[in-house]
Design a binder for this molecule. Structure first.
Ligand code: SAM
Ligand code: SF4
Length: 337
């Protein structure tokens, strides 16, 4: 181990003065679902397995990141639980100096089987994706008939002791309206925070249109027909969601207005794809190839420099709302959401 392996108390600051503390690590681009807003229905071309970073390579990058000021890791994909032996990676990451939190975003299908081992390995938090409680709508949007397994995965995760589980629902016009109140009721009774994320132009099918987004203000209007909400102060400074407490004291809801009111000014994250490309924005059109560096015997110092150089020119914000917006080549499952 070089001196960089220890946490140096350094901070990683981009050209806009934003301090980067979050690293999202995609461990695979494969998935057992085919959500319409993310993947194509069939004929998906996946990354060849030899191009995926090994657990050792991922851990090395996370260790170097931790030495530069990364404190929080999130595992994602594709479906992260499609990657074999994921708890092994988690336990490797949990041992790193300076890493305070390891979370995972998952479709929950495999949680019934794995929640306990993941928790024991050091996974602290879970975000579970669930767009609909109506089985037919679930099947329409996820292109799999798996609502039962997902709900069971959520139940088991709570049972093995995962606290503050968050549920992500992509908000789409003419789809989500009928699901919002049901998801909220479930969240309030089970103790999950439901977060509605405006549908973003990151789908493989390239079917995104502004008219297909159910906007944050529309979601709030629907919720307010039934519940009084109290805004949580400064929630956008902590994470991407504008959060609201239910006035009766029972639970919280989050709205991620990624399209209508992006949180880019507060963005404190970078991402690494499963094949080792560093992306400084979900919508980046450029990437830094960390895999090539690692497999080319680069020193820790070389990797530090590559990360710093990339972060320095992190995009000020995405351009969804501008005329020169370009949808990235990679779809969400190949980036790591
Ligand atoms: N497979 C896991 C899952 O679905 O939770 C992790 C990867 S998935 C790409 C991460 C998150 O991105 C999910 O919550 C999913 O709903 C969200 N997502 C995917 N495509 C999206 C899109 N076009 N707009 C908004 N959110 C999207
Ligand atoms: Fe799979 Fe997650 Fe993409 Fe759905 S959103 S297809 S579960 S990676």
């Amino acid at each position: 181990m070089t001196a960089l392996a220890e946490n140096t108390g350094q901070t990683l600051v981009d050209g806009m003065g934003r301090t980067i503390v979050n690293l999202r690590i995609s461990v695979t681009d494969r998935c057992n679902f085919r959500c319409t807003y993310c993947m194509p229905a069939d004929n998906v071309e996946f990354m060849p397995r030899e191009k995926l970073l090994s657990f050792e390579e991922i851990t090395r990058i996370a260790r170097i990141g931790a030495g530069m000021g990364i404190k929080r890791l999130r595992l994602t994909g594709g479906e992260p639980l499609m990657r074999k032996d994921l708890p092994t990676l988690i336990s490797m990451l949990a041992k790193l100096d300076g890493i305070e939190d390891i979370a995972m975003t998952t479709n929950a299908f495999f949680l019934k089987e794995h929640a306990k081992t993941l928790k024991e390995a050091g996974l602290k938090r879970l975000n579970i994706s669930l767009d609909a409680l109506d089985p037919e709508k679930f099947r329409d949007v996820n292109r799999r008939d798996c609502l039962k397994e997902v709900l069971e995965g959520m139940r088991v995760s709570a049972e093995v002791g995962f606290k503050s589980i968050k549920v992500n629902a992509v908000a789409m016009k003419n789809f989500s309206e009928t699901e919002i109140l049901g998801l909220i009721e479930m969240g309030r009774s089970e103790g999950f925070e439901i977060r509605f994320i405006e549908f973003m132009p990151l789908d493989s099918d390239r079917n995104w249109e502004r008219d297909k987004v159910l906007f944050g203000h529309e979601i709030l209007d629907l919720i307010r027909e039934k519940h009084d909400l109290v805004p949580v102060e400064n929630s956008l400074e902590i994470g991407p969601a504008s959060e609201y407490d239910f006035a009766d004291g029972k639970g919280r809801v989050g709205i991620i207005t990624a399209v209508s009111n992006p949180f880019c000014d507060h963005c404190n994250r970078i991402r690494m794809t499963a094949n080792g490309k560093l992306r400084t924005c979900l919508f980046s059109t450029d990437e830094t190839d960390l895999k090539e560096l690692i497999r080319g015997n680069a020193s820790d110092e070389d990797i530090v420099k590559a990360i710093k150089d990339a972060v320095l020119i992190k995009e000020p914000g995405h351009k969804i709302n501008l005329d020169d917006f370009e949808q990235p080549q990679r779809a969400m499952h190949a980036i790591g959401g």
